[in-house]
Design a protein around this ligand. Structure first.
Ligand SMILES: Nc1ncnc2c1ncn2[C@@H]1O[C@H](COP(=O)(O)OP(=O)(O)OP(=O)(O)O)[C@@H](O)[C@H]1O
Ligand SMILES: [Mg+2]
Length: 320
């Protein structure tokens, strides 16, 4: 049984101007200890995916359809009490903004101690050692001292590392990390990615790593989902997708990576911009920006499975 199974998830926001379908039949599975990357431009639905999985979508948004199964359990039937057990212990999230993960009026050490002691019977020195170790793992120097600091006394990068330590500390089954390293410098980012990968390997924790940057997830993820306007337009093993993208949008993302063009040349960028959710084209949402489009693209492309991979394009690139 897969650790996480998401089937045809639909999340919508209801407003005066209409219904914005932020997730449109999103499906993927994740096995224990594996890393799934979710990539796509701003507004493609990455954070809404994370919030939907954590049952944190608030009005005017709601999950309007589909199914989320975690170790076989239907999460949409989970009670508030069940969620308080699941969150922080079995499923943890690191938010795009570290202050969404941290309590501003609580010392760092107290927050991490609390995360542990809600779910485990550790006290005193053993508890402190565990907290120190967690802070050390994400590259926080002098953790004993940092434990006495409040979040506002730390830099943004340091706060995000604390949030990551807080997510990792109970060795959950799943960590959902929403662009957590975007604000960090590359050395720290590499260190954190390395630690997360070790965690996945050693303790069987599965990771969902969200980024707008495919190059961040390429060394970390086993599989990736590429999102565009609320739909997964391509999914599969990361190496295969990078080597041979099937969807023209995925190819555009890969071609915009710095190493894809030679030094001194202008970076490629996909022409145009993503359509607003309230005025999506009738068919493929990428069609207006796509050089391969055709009249067929005015209908929504179905999910096509090709071996280990899936795409939603009538005219995929190359053949497998
Ligand atoms: N509370 C909300 N009310 C209305 N629409 C929302 C709300 N939250 C998100 N959306 C819409 O859902 C879509 C997806 O947003 P989401 O935050 O998931 O994008 P994202 O891929 O995480 O982008 P970014 O890279 O900028 O973080 C956007 O078009 C956004 O306008
Ligand atoms: Mg986001």
């Amino acid at each position: 049984m897969a650790l996480l199974e998401v089937n045809n998830l639909v999340t919508e926001f209801h407003g005066r101007a209409g219904v914005a379908r932020a997730l449109d039949h999103v499906s993927f599975t994740l096995e224990a200890g594996k890393v799934l990357g979710i990539v796509g431009e701003s507004g493609s639905g990455k954070s809404v995916t994370a919030f939907s999985l954590m049952n944190l979508v608030d009005a005017p948004g709601r999950i309007a359809g589909g199914e989320i199964r975690f170790k076989g359990e239907d999460l949409q039937r989970a009670t508030a009490r069940r969620w308080s057990k699941l969150r922080g212990d079995r499923i943890a999230m690191v938010f795009q903004d570290p202050m969404m993960s941290l309590n501003p009026v609580m010392k760092i050490g107290d927050q991490l101690r609390e995360t542990v002691s809600i779910h485990q019977r550790l006290r005193g020195k053993m508890l402190d050692d565990k907290v120190c170790e967690a802070l050390r793992r994400v590259g926080i120097p002098a953790p004993e001292e940092r434990m006495r600091a409040y979040p506002h006394e730390l830099s943004g990068g340091m706060r995000q590392r604390v949030a990551i330590a807080n997510a990792m500390i109970n060795d959950p089954d799943l960590i959902i990390a929403d662009e957590p390293t975007t604000a960090l410098d590359v050395t720290i980012q590499a260190q954190i990615l390395f630690e997360m990968k070790n965690l996945a390997r050693d303790s069987g924790t599965a990771l969902i790593w969200i980024s707008h940057d495919i190059s961040v997830v390429k060394d970390l993820a086993d599989e990736i989902c590429v999102m565009y306007a609320g739909r997964i337009i391509e999914r599969g093993p990361v190496d295969e997708i990078i080597a041979q993208p099937l969807h023209p949008y995925t190819k555009g993302l890969i071609d915009s990576l710095p190493q894809a063009s030679s030094r001194g040349q202008r970076l490629y960028s996909i022409p145009g911009s993503a359509p607003p959710l309230l005025s999506l084209p009738p068919g493929c949402a990428f069609a207006p920006r796509c050089s391969r489009r055709n009249a067929t693209c005015d209908t929504i492309p179905p999910v096509v499975a090709v071996g280990t991979r899936e795409h939603r394009c009538f005219y995929p690139l190359g053949t497998l």
